[in-house]
Design a protein around this ligand. Structure first.
Ligand SMILES: [Zn+2]
Length: 435
């Protein structure tokens, strides 16, 4: 965490080299590869025992870059990795240098104990995840799939594995799906002219109204299988009332109104609602260049996220309905970037192994397959045919809110919970990939 890998500019090189040295010291041969020498990806393979090899590779993947941190808002400096109050504090503790450490220690522990493996175990630390993954997982998948074992069967990545306390129970969501992305640009044309005259056709005025409508919009429910598995998995373990309630919550007609009553806290409600529908947030607006000239056009970039099965065209249709422009006469939408949601099956032997490993280390813990609203490197890895799960095992006390720490101030992990995570991950890998 003491390597400042804030992206941009990333500068992951020294952190990757540090890890590479640890692997070299253990007699392994890590490889650094990438499009930019200062921003390499690190890969290190622990090969299977040739006489007992019977499975495709298992990959442990993390990213070494982090999002910016404003030191003025932190209790301890974000790049000092201060140990205090039972926690290690620093940017990346949760997202995701903590997992980089767990995964590296798991590989090194197996190496030191000389445990034979039934499949190749591959450690990967990529660059550039926080800025779109172009130099990281995307580059590896497109240029060096051999470093990922060509056809890895399972990849362990973010986001999941942490404790989620609900209704007096301890859940462990494991990511099996992530929403898609539809980044859009909405442009509105007005009539340019002298702004000393009143104008009903002011592009900025119309843009303002459109942005407000989009920001407030509650788009239709699209209940996908991963969303059903996730929310149903939690409801199943809750009280009988909640169990009855959950089908209504998932229903497109009754869901929106019921959700407001079911979950009072707006932040928690938002994270549940996000998995049930497409979302669209205006984030960057542009328009006008001079105080006494009516702008001829104005535009806003919209961060759209797609429920599984949805496309950018579907989202545009929904937004046109919100704007009262179903046929597209007034508003132009341009798709800047689109990628569909990815979902992996939760009924694999490896998912069962995760469930069993958590049970061994927390007998009361409940593993549920989860869908997350953001995107991760798993989007790229899916192209190799790998099944990707978000599992960074980490036990958190009730008062540490994972969602608030993710990209948030005072990011930190409890040392006890980290140690628990190391034992759980090592046990999982040895159980599944040990010969
Ligand atoms: Zn991350």
């Amino acid at each position: 965490m003491r390597f400042d890998t804030t992206n941009p500019p990333g500068n992951e090189g020294p952190a990757a080299e540090f890890l590479a040295r640890k692997f070299r010291d253990a007699g392994l041969t890590p490889e650094l590869a990438g499009a930019e020498p200062r921003r390499p990806n690190l890969v290190c393979k622990l090969p299977a025992d040739p006489s007992r090899k019977c499975g495709r590779p298992l990959v442990l993947s993390c990213h070494l870059d982090v999002v910016p941190a404003d030191p003025a808002r932190w209790t301890h400096p974000p790049f000092d990795a201060v140990e205090a109050d039972g926690c290690v504090w620093g940017r990346g503790a949760i997202d995701m240098k903590g997992f980089a450490t767990l995964a590296a220690m798991t590989v090194l522990a197996i190496r030191r104990r000389g445990l034979p493996l039934n499949r190749d175990l591959i450690f990967v630390a990529v660059a550039d995840e926080e800025a779109g993954a172009e130099l990281g997982s995307q580059w590896l998948v497109e240029n060096r799939p051999d470093l990922l074992g060509n056809d890895p069967e399972y990849i362990v990545n973010e986001v999941g594995g942490f404790t989620l306390p609900l209704d007096g129970k301890r859940f462990y969501p494991v990511q099996v799906a992530e929403k898609g992305v539809a980044w859009l640009r909405l442009t509105i044309r007005g009539t340019p002219g002298h702004s000393s005259l009143p104008s009903e056709d002011n592009a900025l005025g119309q843009l303002g109204e459109a942005m407000a409508r989009i920001a407030r919009a509650r788009l239709p429910w699209h209940v996908s299988e991963p969303a059903r598995d996730f929310l149903g998995g939690i409801a199943r373990e809750s009280g009988p009332l909640k169990r009855l309630f959950s089908p209504l919550l998932l229903h497109p007609l009754t869901g929106p109104a019921l959700l407001d009553r079911a979950i009072a806290d707006p932040a928690r409600r938002a994270s549940v609602e996000a998995v049930l529908r497409n979302t669209a947030n205006p984030t960057v607006a542009r328009g006008g260049s001079k105080i006494n000239v009516l702008p001829g056009s104005a535009s806003v970039d919209i961060d759209g996220r797609l429920a599984p099965g949805q496309t950018a065209a579907d989202l545009v249709r929904e937004l046109r309905a919100v704007l009262g422009d179903p046929t597209g006469g007034r508003f132009d939408f341009e798709v800047l970037r689109e990628s569909e949601a990815v979902a992996f099956p939760p009924d694999t032997p490896f998912f069962e192994a995760i469930r069993a490993a958590v049970k061994r280390h927390d007998p009361e813990g409940i593993v549920v397959p989860a869908i997350v609203p953001g995107f991760t490197d798993s989007k790229n890895y899916a192209r190799l045919g790998a099944v990707c799960y978000g599992f960074y095992p980490l036990q958190l006390p009730e008062d540490l809110n994972f969602a608030a720490l993710f990209h948030g101030d005072d990011e930190r992990i409890p040392l006890d919970g980290f140690r628990w995570g190391l034992e759980t991950l090592l046990d999982l890998v040895v159980d599944f990939a040990g010969a």
